[in-house]
Design a protein around this ligand. Structure first.
Ligand SMILES: Nc1c(NC[C@H](O)[C@H](O)[C@H](O)CO)[nH]c(=O)[nH]c1=O
Ligand SMILES: CC(=O)[C@@H](O)COP(=O)(O)O
Length: 165
């Protein structure tokens, strides 16, 4: 389902587990910082709305989206009590194929982190053709993918808890 015509921040709040007991890590890329800060704000707002305690949210910054892979891996290793990690980035296409390689690497790298660790990593990395698309998805007309990512993080933290025998 494409984002066009849908609002990423709209969801049934009654269908989200209470997240009071959970701890979350957030790793934020500094590239396109105005976009990633809006994504992070959207994510934190949703976590707090679902009773996550502010002291149970750990945030680190990394230089660019490619570094999200290492940053999330170190966060998984450093805080084994985390229930989920959210990786936040904004990749905007330029003149060269660098966009393709960064997007591919980050998506594959975060996929690998989900396979290698018991702590889920949520992919909140915008991969846009232009800045307007990024603005539209980080608090603009299509809502905020950071909010969507926080909902996913809460749901995956609950799934991880429920999956323990
Ligand atoms: N062009 C964008 C980048 N590029 C930088 C890479 O992510 C990485 O930091 C660099 O290659 C050094 O390893 N990063 C973004 O997050 N967004 C971009 O649009
Ligand atoms: C995703 C990128 O690295 C890209 O924005 C860099 O721009 P360019 O391809 O024009 O060097």
């Amino acid at each position: 389902m494409a984002t066009e015509g849908n609002n990423l921040s709209e969801y049934d709040k009654d269908k989200i587990p209470n997240a009071k007991e959970f701890r979350f890590g957030i790793v934020v890329s500094e590239w396109n910082g105005e976009i990633t800060e809006n994504l992070c704000r959207g994510a934190i707002e949703v976590l707090l709305e679902h009773d996550v305690l502010e002291r149970k949210i750990v945030r680190w910054n990394v230089p660019g989206s490619f570094e999200l892979i290492y940053g999330c891996k170190k966060m998984q290793e450093s805080y084994d009590m985390l229930d989920a990690v959210i990786a936040i980035g904004s990749v905007i296409e330029g003149e060269t194929k660098h966009f393709d390689f960064v997007c591919q690497a980050v998506s594959q790298g975060i996929k690998d982190l989900n396979l290698q660790s018991d702590i889920p990593v949520i992919f909140c990395v915008l991969t846009d053709q232009n800045k307007q698309q990024s603005i539209d998805r980080s608090g603009g007309k299509h809502g905020n993918k950071g909010a969507e990512a926080a909902v996913a993080a809460i749901k995956m933290a609950q799934l991880r808890k429920d999956s323990r025998i």
